[in-house]
Design a protein around this ligand. Structure first.
Ligand SMILES: Cc1ncc(C[n+]2csc(CCOP(=O)(O)OP(=O)(O)O)c2C)c(N)n1
Ligand SMILES: [Mg+2]
Length: 560
């Protein structure tokens, strides 16, 4: 069969179940790809910036297990996507970034041209310039590469002249169902193979343990893992902590759930009391950058070798995580943990992560506090919003001080029902991620909790959300400051320079971009705005002025 190279790439993506291409087009091959996608019934989602496009595409990849795809122009378009590609790299998301490429040869000046491969090499699994002579086969290989665990991004360069040339194609024998169905993922990838590694040693470790603790990381979000993980945990009767990325893989209200595992001091007490740490699919990139503080041996159950553990594991099993857990089940017996002890640990962690109560004067710990009174806080706003949401609601969370309350307070029952950047911890994530989540599951409402600083980095995507009619509500915890950095500056007793700015009127900006918007000042009631925003069918935004005064103490309690 004959197709143009652009059509052949689109056909390959379609065969893999790709439904959306995100991006900002240039005048080169992106136009050929958009035209081919349109013919193939695939939607091009025009974004306002390439970073947001690559972030949204990565999140689609995380949510669906199919590759996320973003298109950019030459030079500046590609360079502008770097942070989204860094996200896919450090959060293990399957992403293909297709950039316009300059025509080769001739006397063409190098306008907008620089070495993209060198730019992306440290964060991409592969960088490849497509050529009609080699047909679509190298692209098939790239798709397979980004879908190999751990997932990650690849860069593809394609010139307009090459995109339009005919190629011979024989499409890969792969169907959407084969790629996306849970059962087939399990059998295709892993068959009924025994895990590799020293199973006897792993069984012996588990058999000797009286007080194991289970840490579940991002690999447990893979299809088919959650149920096996829960059965394994329930058989052990031990405390469970999930990483931020794995939030929901075991329901937050499960009686054995203690909270989140980040590597910080906050959760250390629960782990300190354990005699064995079961490291279930945690990717070390999920931990904050502090020295490992635990002495108990590590039993690692992971998808594959090569992880840079913070401490050498006593033993590792590699393969399909449920299979590893089934293989260990024979050696596992109910642990010596008591229910009351587990719930006390959970209560202590919840308490520790709460914003400190305000004193009469409005002072809460570290200096530079604002006035007291009836101000909203990140915690009070998040609690009020989630109290009005149904169980189906998805959440996205940006980076910043507000994130701690959001992750501690939101309770979900599904993996990836809360989306957050952890390995990269980038700002400007919550809104593009919410757009992606809304496109993947249009019937579910998405709430994006963000700081004012993070929203300013992707504000223009409000117009994308409005144009697409996404059922999403952005909640801006507006403190007119980069509070997380403000706190760190205060702790180092430095002058307050470069972390504060005049408050932005986000509601006015949102209205200007076609969103419904509600503004809640410091002494104004929040309830009516929440009711109106959640009743609004399209994209909306609540801009709430919050008091950041308690963040310093909260962060100190969490990170020590
Ligand atoms: C793209 C990016 N730039 C800078 C940082 C460093 N950083 C982390 S949190 C933060 C401040 C966030 O401010 P805001 O969004 O207002 O949230 P707040 O801390 O005030 O709740 C900064 C600058 C980052 N994580 N990502
Ligand atoms: Mg802020």
């Amino acid at each position: 069969m004959q197709m143009t190279l652009a059509e052949a790439l689109i056909a390959t993506l379609k065969a893999h179940g790709v439904k959306f291409l995100f991006g900002v087009p240039g005048g080169g091959s992106s136009l050929d790809l958009i035209a081919a996608a349109d013919k193939a019934g695939m939607a091009f989602i025009l974004c306002r910036g390439e970073t947001s496009a690559a972030l949204a595409a990565s999140v689609v990849g995380e949510l669906t297990g199919t590759p996320g795809v973003a298109l950019t122009a030459i030079g500046p378009g590609a360079a502008s996507a770097v942070n989204g590609v860094a996200y896919a790299h450090l959060e293990r998301a399957p992403l293909i970034l297709i950039c316009d490429a300059p025509a080769l040869g001739g006397d063409i000046p190098p306008h907008q041209v620089f070495d993209l491969k060198a730019l992306f090499q440290p964060i991409a699994k592969a960088c490849h310039r497509m050529a009609p002579e080699t047909g679509v086969a190298p692209f098939d290989d790239l798709v397979a590469l980004v879908l190999r665990k751990p997932y990650g991004p690849a860069l593809v360069e394609l010139s307009a002249s090459d995109a339009a040339l005919p190629v011979d194609v024989s499409l890969p024998v792969i169907t959407t169902e084969a790629v996306t169905s849970t059962a087939s993922v399990a059998t295709h990838e892993h068959g009924i193979k025994k895990p590799s590694g020293d199973l006897n040693k792993a069984c012996a470790l588990l058999g000797q343990s009286r007080r194991p603790v289970l840490l579940a990381g991002l690999q447990t979000c893979s299809p088919g893992v959650g149920a096996a993980l829960r059965q394994f945990a329930e058989r052990l009767g031990c405390p469970i902590l999930t990483s931020y990325k794995a939030k929901g893989v075991i329901a937050d209200d499960h009686p054995q759930m203690i909270g989140h595992f980040t590597g910080a001091a906050g959760e250390a007490e629960a782990i300190r009391r354990a005699d064995l740490i079961i490291w279930a699919g945690v990717d070390p990139v999920e931990l904050i950058a502090v020295p490992w503080r635990h002495k108990a041996p590590l039993l690692a159950l992971v998808e594959g070798p090569g992880l840079e553990y913070p401490a050498p594991p006593e033993t590792e099993l590699f393969g399909f995580l449920p299979q590893e857990m089934v293989s260990l089940a024979a050696a596992s017996a109910p642990s010596a943990w008591e229910d009351g002890e587990i719930s006390a640990l959970r209560d202590a962690l919840v308490q520790r992560l709460s914003l400190p109560a305000r004193s009469e004067s409005g002072q809460t710990g570290l200096g530079r506090t604002r006035s007291g009174g009836t101000e909203h806080t990140a915690e009070s706003v998040i609690e009020a919003v989630i109290a009005s949401c149904d169980d189906e609601t998805s959440f996205t969370i940006d980076a910043g001080a507000h994130m701690i309350s959001a992750m501690a307070r939101i309770q979900v029952r599904e993996a990836r029902q809360v989306l957050k950047s952890t390995g990269l911890s980038t700002m400007g994530f919550a809104l593009p991620a919410a757009i992606a989540a809304s496109l993947v599951a249009p019937q579910r409402r998405v709430i994006a909790f963000t700081g004012d600083g993070g929203l300013m980095m992707c504000l223009a995507e409000l117009s994308t959300a409005a144009r697409l009619g996404c059922r999403l509500t952005v909640v801006v915890l507006n403190d007119a400051a980069l509070s997380l950095i403000d706190i760190k500056q205060q702790r180092r007793q430095l002058q307050p320079i470069g972390v504060r700015y005049p408050a932005i009127d986000f509601a006015a900006a949102a209205v200007g971009m076609g969103c419904g918007a509600w503004k809640v000042g410091r002494d104004q009631p929040l309830g009516p705005a929440i009711d109106a925003a959640l009743a609004h069918e399209g994209a909306g935004l609540i801009d709430v002025t919050v008091d950041p005064a308690g963040y310093g103490e909260q962060l100190a309690a969490m990170r020590g």
